[in-house]
Design a protein around this ligand. Structure first.
Ligand code: CP
Length: 340
């Protein structure tokens, strides 16, 4: 492991980088945050361009990457795939292939970010597959800005925020809890937060109704990471029991493994059996004192979490949102920059 190893690297899954590499990214995030708050210019990516391909909507990811490139002295290019030539179908007559798109785009830019999930994909794993195809053909770093499986930029932000707030995270209990909302949501952020927390030796509990188990591959990765880091990982179907003594809770909806077979309406019918799965003020009392809300946003206030727990002093959600900027500046600088 060395700092140089991150130059030119992709970041598609949380597991693409090692814990030592995330340590470097957090150190650089701290430095860049310090420069931002001290008003010192840091144009480390002058004249460089980051292309951002958004197949799905975004508030934080788009704004934080655009602002990041402005503050680093470069430019970000927002690309709406519906205005481009590409087709994900990859068959004659459908449109330009992913390969040709990736190779051509790489001639114009220094890194490519892709968001591909939810209604933009035909099956679970499709978004991840397309990103890997981009990585195979584009000769610039591919950064996952949220796929159907992973959200490594958010995961880095979450572990950075927990370090910033708690100092050491090792041995602290985090509960990633399924929460009701009529929005049918993807798994990328919950799976990503569980992975990175297990990598850093936290006691990770995923609390969900039985139909909502994580992807088995991700469950295996969480268990492996926890056993290597000295943390722990468990799945719990009793929500209140899961919350007991936790330092951090991340309440968020995610879909079942049948989402792309049964469609959103049937998914919603399953979710309606669990409307009482919410992070409420009463449930906050079960956490350790103090126990904090970590939520990557957008949050469905009144469903996933009570407005009171989003707004009280134990909530980290706005600091967490801001940290997307600082951590992504580190990702961009380390992957698209280089030694002087
Ligand atoms: N947390 C997150 O990725 O937010 P956006 O969907 O608004 O980008």
């Amino acid at each position: 492991m060395s700092w140089f190893d991150l130059a030119g690297r992709d970041l598609i899954s949380e597991l693409d980088w090692t814990r030592e590499e995330y340590d470097i990214a957090m150190k650089v995030s701290d430095q860049l945050k310090g420069l931002t708050y001290s008003g010192k210019a840091h144009p480390y990516l002058e004249y460089k361009t980051f292309a951002m391909l958004f197949f799905a909507g975004s508030t934080r990811t788009r704004m934080s990457f655009e602002t990041a490139m402005t503050q680093l002295g470069g430019h970000s290019q927002f690309l709406n795939p519906s205005t481009m030539r590409m087709s994900l179908e990859d068959k004659p007559g459908a449109g330009e292939t992913v390969k040709d798109t990736a190779k051509a785009m790489a001639r114009f830019c220094d890194g490519i970010g892709i968001r591909l999930l939810d209604d933009s994909v035909d099956y679970y794993g499709h978004g991840d597959l397309v990103m890997k195809k981009f990585a195979e053909h584009a000769e610039v770093p591919i950064i996952n800005m949220a796929s159907d499986i992973n959200h490594p930029c958010q995961s880095l932000t979450d572990i950075y925020t927990m370090h910033e707030k708690l100092g050491s995270v090792r041995g602290k209990k985090i509960v990633v809890m399924w929460a009701y909302t009529p929005w049918v949501r993807g798994r990328c952020s919950v799976q990503g937060t569980a992975l990175i927390s297990a990598m850093y030796g936290m006691d990770v509990v995923v609390a969900n109704p039985p139909e909502y188990d994580f992807d088995p591959t991700i469950l295996g990765q969480c268990r492996d990471l926890a056993s290597k880091s000295g943390g722990s990982f468990e799945v719990e179907h009793d929500l209140d029991k899961a919350l007991d003594g936790a330092t951090v809770v991340f309440p968020r909806n995610w879909f079942t493994d049948r989402r792309y077979d049964i469609g959103k309406e049937e998914e919603l019918k399953i979710a309606q059996n669990y409307v009482d799965w919410r992070f409420t003020s009463d449930r906050q009392k079960r956490l350790c004192d103090p126990g904090h809300l970590l939520q990557c946003m957008p949050v469905d206030r009144g469903n996933e979490a009570d407005p009171e727990v989003c707004d009280n002093d134990l909530s980290w959600i706005y600091d967490q949102a801001e940290n997307r900027l600082h951590t992504q500046k580190a990702i961009l600088t380390l992957t698209m920059g280089g030694r002087i």
